[in-house]
Write a protein that binds this ligand. Structure first.
Ligand code: SF4
Length: 659
C-alpha cells in the first residue's frame, strides 16, 4: 500500500493521523483553511495576516505547516513561533507540540527559548561560593548553598527549576549574563547550561519564544547584535499585541530603583565583601556614595513633578523639555574606575565581573541621556514622560511610531511573518488595515475565518435599558452599574465575569458587590487581590464565583463551562486619552490630517470589546449571556460598530437587546 501524501489537508482530514490519534477530533473546515493559507504563505515567502475565531484550533493549524516547512527547509534556521502569554506558550509546549511530534512521520526538534538571565552560570556560581562573605545574612547565604547543591543534578539549569524563589540579589550573583561569559575559555563550557541551551536553540527546527523576547532580540538586531538564531520565518500568535510589545521593547524606562540596582551590584554600605570593597580605590568608593545621593536627589525632584502634575493625567508629558541631571557624569566616572580596576586585576573571573558592571553603568548613562534629552529630529522620535509607580517616579520614553522600525527591520528584513489571533479586525475590514498601518506591514496576504461556534444560539446579548451616560453622569452611572450587576449576578447564581475599564471602578464594584456575595455564598474574586493565575484557578474550581477585573481580564483568559455563563461589560473599553504617548500619537494623526477618534480610539476599543466578548464562549457546549451596561452602544452613532463587530449572523435577533 502506498503511503498517504504528506500534506496539510490529509494530515488534518477525517482519515488522517490526527483524527486516528484523538478520539474527540473534529474536522474543522476553518482550521484546514487557515492551515492551507499558512502553508501557501510559507511556500511563497509572503507575509500573511489571518484572523481565526475562537475554537478554530488555530495553534495546531499553524504549527503543522510550520514544522513541515522547517523540515523541508533545513539550513534556513528555525521557524520561530512567538506568543504573548505564558498560558499559550505552555499550551504549545505541553499539548500541541507533543501531539505534533507524535503524528508527523519525520524527526524534528522543537525548543522553547527563554532569556539568558534565567540560566545558571557555573563559573559565577563557583566564584560566588568562593566569596564566603558575599552575603552576610544567613538566608541569602543558605539560598546560595541550595543553588550549589541543586546545580549538581539540575535539569536544564534554569531558575524556574528551583523549588524555592531565589532572592533577586542571590540569583543575580549566579545568573548567566550578556558580556560576562568566557565562552570556550571557560572551564565549565562543556557542562554549561546556557551554552547547551544556546546550541539547542541554534539547531532547533521550531523555536518557541514570547513576544517580549522576540522584540528584545529585534532591538538588539537593530543595534547590531542578536540573541535568537538567524531565521527566515516567524509566526506571531496573539498578534494583536505586536504594536504594544514593540513599543515597550523599543522604549526606555529608568527609575530610582534601576540606578539603585546597578549601584547595589557593585557595593553596599555595610558589611559584605563587595566588588568595590575588594577592588575599588578610595576615589571609586566616594563616587559610589555620591551617585547614591544624586540618584535620590534626582528622582525626588521628578517625584515632586509627578505629584504636582495635572490630576486628570497620572503621567506628566515632557514634550521638548531637556531635563538637567548631574548623575550620569558620576556614573560614567564610576564606570571608568571599575574598568581601570578590571585592568589591574589578574584573576579573569574578577576582571569579567568588573568589566560587566562598568559596561552596565555605561549603558545606564546612555539611557539616562536619551531620556533627558529631546530628540525631535531623530528618525524615530521618542515621546518622553514621567510616570508614577510604586517605587516613585519613573522616567519613560517610547517611539512615537513603531511602524517605520518594524517595516525596516522586521517585515522588509527578510523573514516571512505569519500574524494570527482570534481578534485582529476592528469591524468589517478584512484587510486588517488598522493593525497593519500601526505596525508597518504594507504588503501581506489576508484571511479571515470565523469560529465554528454558533454564537446566535449560544449567546443572549443584552444591552441594558435606560442607563446614564458614563461620561456625563459618572456618579449615577456608577451606582446604576453596581445595582444592576447585583441583580444579574443574583439571577444567574454568580458564574460571572465583570469587565471594567479602570482599577478604581474594580475596587468600587467589589466593595458594592461583596455584601451580596457573602450573603449568597458566592465567592467574589477581585483582580489585584490575588495573583491572576490563582484567581483563574479559583474561578474554575468555584463555579458560582464572580470574577471582577480590568485590562488583562479582557483577553487571553479561558474559563469554560458552567463557571462562566454571564459576562458583564460595564463600559466600552476606550483607552484613556490622557497618557502622554497616546496624546503625542493623536497629535501626529491630526498633523497628518487623520481623525484620532475614528481612526484610532474607536478601532482600538472595538478590538478590545471583541476580545472581552470572546471570554464567554470557549467551547462547543458553552452557553451564556453578555450584558453591556454602557448606553453609548445604543445612543452614539459609533455604537452600532461595536455590535456589528460581534460574531452574530446578519439575521441574529437577540431576545433581550433587540439587535
Ligand atoms: S560558558 Fe559562560 S555562561 Fe557558561 S559557565 Fe562559563 S562563563 Fe558561565
Amino acid at each position: 500500500m502506498s503511503e498517504a501524501p504528506l500534506d496539510v489537508a490529509s494530515l488534518l482530514g477525517p482519515e488522517g493521523p490526527i483524527a486516528r490519534r484523538l478520539e474527540d477530533f473534529e474536522v474543522r473546515p476553518q482550521q484546514l483553511e487557515l492551515s492551507l493559507a499558512v502553508e501557501q504563505a510559507l511556500a511563497n515567502g509572503k507575509h500573511l495576516v489571518a484572523e481565526a475565531g475562537t475554537g478554530t484550533g488555530k495553534s495546531f493549524a499553524y504549527l503543522l505547516p510550520a514544522a513541515m516547512h522547517a523540515d523541508r527547509r533545513q539550513g534556513d534556521g528555525p521557524v520561530v513561533i512567538s506568543t504573548r502569554t505564558i498560558a499559550l506558550q505552555e499550551q504549545l509546549e505541553r499539548k500541541d507540540l507533543p501531539l505534533l511530534h507524535a503524528v508527523l512521520p519525520f524527526e524534528w526538534s522543537s525548543v522553547t527559548a527563554i532569556g539568558r538571565n534565567n540560566y545558571l552560570c557555573l563559573r559565577r556560581m563557583h566564584q560566588a561560593e568562593r566569596e564566603q562573605t558575599l552575603f552576610e545574612d544567613p538566608e541569602r547565604h543558605a539560598q546560595l548553598r541550595k543553588i550549589v547543591d541543586w546545580s549538581l543534578n539540575a535539569g536544564d539549569g534554569t531558575r524556574q527549576e528551583l523549588d524555592f524563589p531565589p532572592r533577586p540579589e542571590v540569583w543575580e550573583s549566579v545568573q548567566a549574563e550578556h558580556g560576562n561569559c568566557l565562552q570556550r575559555a571557560c572551564k565549565h563550557f562543556d557542562q554549561c547550561y546556557w551554552q547547551r541551551a544556546r546550541r539547542r536553540m541554534q539547531t532547533a527546527q521550531v523555536l518557541v519564544v514570547n513576544h517580549a523576547l522576540y522584540f528584545a532580540d529585534l532591538a538588539l538586531r537593530i543595534a547590531g547584535a542578536s540573541y535568537l538564531p538567524a531565521h527566515r520565518v516567524v509566526v506571531f500568535d496573539e498578534a494583536h499585541h505586536l504594536e504594544k510589545t514593540a513599543t515597550e521593547s523599543l522604549g526606555l524606562r529608568v527609575g530610582r530603583s534601576t540606578v539603585g540596582w546597578h549601584l547595589r551590584r557593585i557595593h553596599k554600605r555595610r558589611g559584605e565583601r563587595t566588588l568595590l570593597s575588594r577592588h575599588g580605590s578610595g576615589a571609586a568608593k566616594l563616587l559610589w556614595e555620591e551617585a547614591l545621593q544624586l540618584n535620590d536627589a534626582f528622582f525626588d525632584s521628578l517625584q515632586g513633578r509627578v505629584r504636582a502634575g495635572d490630576s486628570s493625567s497620572a503621567s506628566v508629558a515632557l514634550r521638548g523639555e531637556a531635563l538637567q541631571e548631574n548623575l550620569s557624569p558620576i556614573l560614567r566616572a564610576l564606570s571608568g574606575e571599575l574598568a581601570a580596576a578590571a585592568l589591574r586585576t589578574e584573576r579573569v573571573d574578577e576582571q569579567m565581573e568588573l568589566q560587566a558592571r562598568a559596561n552596565g553603568l555605561d549603558g545606564l548613562c546612555q539611557t539616562l541621556k536619551a531620556l533627558c534629552t529631546p530628540n525631535p529630529d531623530a528618525e524615530t522620535p521618542l515621546v518622553r514622560w514621567l510616570e508614577p509607580s510604586r517605587h516613585g517616579a519613573q522616567l519613560c520614553a517610547a517611539p512615537l511610531d513603531v511602524s517605520g522600525a518594524l517595516r525596516q527591520h522586521l517585515f522588509e528584513g527578510g523573514a516571512t511573518t505569519i500574524l494570527t489571533s482570534a481578534t485582529l479586525a476592528t469591524g468589517d475590514d478584512d484587510r486588517f488595515s488598522w493593525l497593519r498601518d500601526q505596525i508597518g506591514l504594507d504588503d501581506a496576504e489576508t484571511l479571515r475565518v470565523g469560529s465554528p461556534f454558533d454564537f446566535d444560539r449560544a449567546v443572549d446579548f443584552v444591552i441594558e435599558e435606560a442607563m446614564p451616560d458614563p461620561a456625563r453622569e459618572s456618579q449615577t452611572y456608577r451606582r446604576e452599574v453596581a445595582e444592576r450587576c447585583e441583580r444579574h449576578v443574583l439571577d444567574n447564581g454568580g458564574r460571572a465575569l465583570i469587565l471594567c475599564t479602570s482599577w478604581d471602578f474594580v475596587r468600587f464594584l467589589a466593595q458594592q458587590l461583596r455584601p451580596l456575595c457573602n450573603q449568597e455564598g458566592i465567592e467574589l474574586l477581585v483582580q489585584g487581590e490575588q495573583p491572576l493565575a490563582r484567581l483563574l484557578e479559583r474561578k474554575r474550581d468555584e463555579e458560582n464565583s464572580v470574577l471582577i477585573g480590568t485590562d488583562s481580564l479582557w483577553e487571553g483568559i479561558d474559563v469554560r463551562g458552567d463557571a462562566l455563563t454571564l459576562l458583564i461589560v460595564t463600559r466600552l473599553p476606550f483607552a484613556s486619552p490622557g497618557h502622554p504617548l497616546t496624546q503625542a500619537r493623536m497629535d501626529l494623526m491630526r498633523e497628518r490630517g487623520q481623525q484620532p477618534f475614528g481612526e484610532h480610539s474607536l478601532p482600538e476599543a472595538i478590538l478590545k470589546f471583541r476580545q472581552g466578548f470572546g471570554r464567554l464562549i470557549r467551547g462547543q457546549r458553552d452557553r451564556g449571556k453578555v450584558v453591556v451596561m454602557d448606553p453609548r452602544i445604543r445612543t452614539k452613532a459609533y455604537g452600532r460598530k461595536f455590535v456589528d463587530a460581534l460574531p452574530f449572523s446578519d439575521d441574529y435577533v437577540s431576545p433581550s437587546s433587540g439587535i
